[in-house]
Design a protein around this ligand. Sequence first.
Ligand code: ADP
Ligand code: MG
Length: 347
Amino acid sequence: MSFFSKFLKFGSHNMAIDLGTANTLVYVEDQGIVLDEPSVVAIETINGIERVKAVGDDAKMMMGKTPDTIKAVRPLRDGVIADIEVAEKMIEHFIRKVHGKRTLFRYPEITICVPSGATSVEKRAIRDAASNAGASEVYLILEPMAAAIGADMPVTEPVGSMVVDIGGGTTEVAVLSLRGLAYTTSVRTGGDKMDEAIVSYVRRHHNLLVGETTAERIKKDYGIAIIPEDGVGETFTLKGRDLVNGVPKEITINQAHIAEALSEPVGAIVEGVRIALENTAPELAADIVDQGIVLTGGGALIRKLDEHLREETGLPVSIAENPLTCVAIGTGRAMEDPIYRGVLHTA
Ligand code: ADP
Ligand code: MG
């Protein structure tokens, strides 16, 4: 490192970013997670010209409630970057929000976690956005690797392990060994599909129209992967608009109904795990029998999903300690700890 770059680094706080389909988290060296906001951008169109109206928490609050001139966009919704320009604006916004008004000379190194399915064009766009926001150096790490490091899995050892990261837009299933991804597959099913499944279930069975925000809340409060033991579980009410006469109404449903609604997305996740297991080399598969499968991402919090996967695969299944922050913490550790050198990429 030259004297000049040492001087630039002096006092800087390197940053790690978990660029998720639902949430973006920023981890700062020596500080931990300092930002945790939805990956949402609200765009306003005035006289045909689009401009960013709000990003993150402020933008998510507008979702489903925006007038015609404002649209709320999730640029990474399906795990691929749907809108590169909006994604770049979002990344820059979050970096500037964290980096704030620190002096001109304190440029941080930024490590960004990207979905394993991101194309090289998308990766370059992400790098450029971070550079534009002032990063002196940008490193990338693949999401399953970051999730596994954050979940304390033995990724640097010659031992196979499996991580299943259930995010908003995608579920990433990966087998890791010796700092590398031995196998990885991405399923376009995650928390969003679960929300949509709840919306369509109550529409079909109760003629009730509910928004995705309401469905997400129901999923978090009552979501369960299998029918509860007593066949019913908790009973609760749900408000929305009657499809027949258009007026607001309230219905009563229970957790067994939610399990039924979620059976399709949950089935797709189980299928992704099954395909990964089938494609895993025998020696690594043998390790997974001992190590088990670790679940990360917000979707890991669906009740009894671990139990369901255990029954379906016959393998030990556990949930990471902090499924929602695991990837950000893993990205931060990969940036800070030399033991993980080799998992970061520059392109
Ligand atoms: P991403 O990495 O794609 O941004 P996250 O790992 O942050 O996704 O997870 C977000 C998803 O997890 C959302 O769909 C959210 O609704 C869901 N989620 C968050 N908390 C819970 C919970 N307690 N139960 C079920 N799903 C949850
Ligand atoms: Mg994630």
